[in-house]
Design a protein around this ligand. Structure first.
Ligand code: SF4
Ligand code: SF4
Length: 328
């Protein structure tokens, strides 16, 4: 039997409801559409006035309490974002794609990020109206401190999210600067206002994990307890392999996040979204709770893969089961 959900029923604040646009977020996201198309920016716009849900994005900030800790974390991230990059070295380093990709490990070893991978650019990862000339996407993942994130949906978890977005931005800027010093132009793309690139598809392609029912990536080591950033460049990197761990099937039999979600936004079955059948979170149910509760993150915290040490054990059990099934 499902655990009693202390956050239900959720009734959105009428002031937030008054800010909702006429169009639904699910329509913007292309739910039910059978044709493939590029995504449209639905939330986290660099300029909220550019999107239909811009007034809700502003509401997110209006709901946040005054907090010196949050001010500090946002200021630290701004320093990173404003940091000046070096000029592109006129002498370009030439090395093999494998050597480029191997050299990314230095950033994990230095503690800038916990995951790094690379893949060839796919224009469909760019939001409608955005384009790029770069040929490679490098993805970084930074791990949350679960002891902080577990307080979701309290503001304390929201501070941890901003803290890790700051780390992810710092990693992206450092890798961008390094590429420029090697003679290759590059561009950092950092969240949450990434603006041009949808982060999850290239991270999937880089082998960071699988898409979970809660709409976030799941990695065996870090669960969903991590944030992403990206670097675009023309240096040609060997692609890190896409990996599957049996998480997709695991999600089809698990409903922990569905039961934990206060506004019952997590769809139990896959939906057709812009020509692809995939797990989907009902944007229009999620966003009122998300906006009023510091970005929520309950589904990420409650997912068993996110609990420290649990994901690795689950992945090992699934791998053993799959090997047994192959032998039978
Ligand atoms: S809580 Fe369960 S169903 Fe939800 S994403 Fe995690 S494993 Fe999948
Ligand atoms: S973030 Fe959205 S989908 Fe996840 S638990 Fe909160 S309201 Fe539900």
């Amino acid at each position: 039997m499902a655990k009693l959900n202390k956050y239900r029923p959720f009734n959105p604040n009428p002031e937030m409801v008054a800010r909702l646009p006429d169009v639904t977020g699910n329509a913007i996201n292309g739910v039910g559409e059978t044709q493939q198309r590029r995504p449209e920016l639905v939330f986290w716009a660099p300029d909220p006035d550019d999107i239909a849900f811009g007034d809700v994005q502003k509401w997110f900030y209006m709901c946040q309490p005054d907090s010196p800790e949050m001010v500090t974390e946002r200021a630290k991230r701004k320093v990173v974002l404003d940091s000046v990059l070096p000029d592109v070295n006129p002498v370009a380093l030439v090395q093999s794609p494998d050597e480029w990709t191997s050299s990314l490990n230095q950033f994990v070893e230095a503690g800038d990020c916990e995951m790094v991978g690379a893949t060839a650019m796919n224009p469909k990862w760019f939001f409608e109206g955005q384009k790029t000339e770069f040929k490679t996407v490098i993805m970084m993942g930074v791990h949350h401190d679960y002891e902080e994130l577990k307080h979701a949906p309290e503001f304390r978890a929201g501070i941890e999210v901003v803290r890790q977005y700051g780390r992810a931005a710092a990693a992206a800027k450092k890798i961008t600067a390094w590429l420029m010093e090697q003679g290759w132009d590059a561009e950092a793309v950092t969240g949450p206002m990434a603006g041009k690139l949808v982060m999850i598809p290239p991270a999937l392609e880089c082998g960071f994990g699988e898409l979970g029912k809660h709409g976030s990536l799941i990695n065996p080591e870090f669960g969903s307890s991590f944030r992403l950033s990206a670097v675009l460049t023309n240096a040609l990197f060997a692609s890190t392999p896409k990996r599957e761990f049996g998480i997709d099937e695991f999600c089809s039999k698990c409903r922990i996040c569905e039961d934990a979600c206060p506004p019952i936004a997590i769809e139990p079955d896959k939906k057709m979204v812009r020509g692809e059948k995939r797990w989907y979170v009902d944007f229009d149910k999620c966003i009122p709770y998300f906006a009023e509760n510091s970005g929520c993150a309950i589904c990420i915290v409650e997912c068993p893969w996110s609990r420290p040490g649990v994901g690795i054990n689950l992945a090992q059990k699934l791998a053993k089961r799959s090997a047994r099934d192959r032998c039978d």
